[in-house]
Design a binder for this molecule. Sequence first.
Ligand code: ADP
Length: 244
Amino acid sequence: MSRNVIEVQDLSVAYNDAPVIWKLNLSVKAGSRTAVVGPNGAGKSTLIKSIMQLVKPLSGTVSVEGNTHKSALKNVAYVPQKGEVNWDYPTTVFDVVLMGRYVHKGWIKRPSKTDRQIAHEAMEIMKMVPFKDRQISELSGGQRQRVFLARAIAHDADIYIMDEPLQGIDITTERLIIETMKKLQSEGKTFLVVHHNLDTVPEYFDNVIILNKEVIAAGLIDEVWTKAHIDDAYYEKSVEPWMS
Ligand code: ADP
């Protein structure tokens, strides 16, 4: 049995007093590829942001490798949704990828030759070397996602948390991301990924968390990826869980 690298206990989050996720209990196994699925507004991004300590919970705890403090996140590479980034910011592909190293250096110290080498290798993996001097504003959706992935790889964390990395990208980039994810998993990395295409869940992931404001089901794909659970999550709830 592999250990849990992320544990969420009794987590409830509200925006402006309106709860959006309610008493979530879940865990993510070390070395897994875990998908988070659920309809729009189910609270998937809110769960991810809670783990990244970007939103403050109403109640409950989140721990990463047993640590509830911000320091635990040094070992987490976070890929936010593409829409959450200002792509007009005047910076190059290489500089964004190099940012993956800052977690190790802080913002003050200049990146070393080794940092630049690691960033270069990350760009090679995501096939972005030919674009290294390009402004990020000039990239396609798929290329932007490759840059994000390269930055996460440069971070060299053990845990990757990604919010809809396959949204709005070309099929070549999708395949590259999945291949890279599987390769990194074989090296012991853990993935927690918000995913919207239900058809590809069993092919791309080995574990799943099915969410709709509360946890509908969570565990190995082979055990919990059933029509009944999917219907349960996607069928409109007549009563909010916090009212029942
Ligand atoms: P998902 O990722 O599953 O689509 P989200 O976590 O983004 O769901 O959102 C869950 C609910 O919380 C939605 O109803 C959304 O409108 C609301 N919400 C998300 N972010 C905010 C925010 N910053 N302020 C107010 N409401 C929010």
